[in-house]
Design a protein around this ligand. Structure first.
Ligand code: CA
Ligand code: CA
Length: 110
């Protein structure tokens, strides 16, 4: 008994091992991965990598403070206050106090 070759749609399983952000296209005997979206590096064959990994709006190439906390306000170098303060003064805040970057700064409380 003879059977003919049947193409397998690799894309049906785990997106054909393409990055989840890309489009897998089934081809006879194989599959191709689409390109990574804008803002990512990679080919789809290898994982797409967000070039702004901490999503603070500053691309990794210019980001001097990686892994900024989500939604933190950052300066042009991609650094949040919480990331900058320990660089300026490792002992800040002193006495086990907590630093908050909001409120009435520079005003004496009565
Ligand atoms: Ca960044
Ligand atoms: Ca950052």
């Amino acid at each position: 008994m003879r059977t003919s070759c049947v193409d397998i749609n690799e894309c049906l399983t785990a997106n054909g091992a393409c990055d989840a952000l890309t489009t897998c296209t089934n081809t006879p005997g194989g599959r191709t991965c689409g390109a990574c979206p804008t803002g990512y590096t990679g080919t789809g064959e290898v994982p797409c990598v967000d070039v702004d990994q901490d999503n603070d709006g500053v691309l990794d190439a210019n980001d001097q403070c990686p892994n900024t906390a989500p939604a933190a306000v950052v300066n042009a170098n991609g650094c949040s206050d919480a990331q900058l303060t320990p660089k300026l003064n490792p002992a800040f805040p002193p006495y086990g106090l907590t630093f908050v970057s909001s409120g009435n700064q520079g005003r004496a409380l009565r």
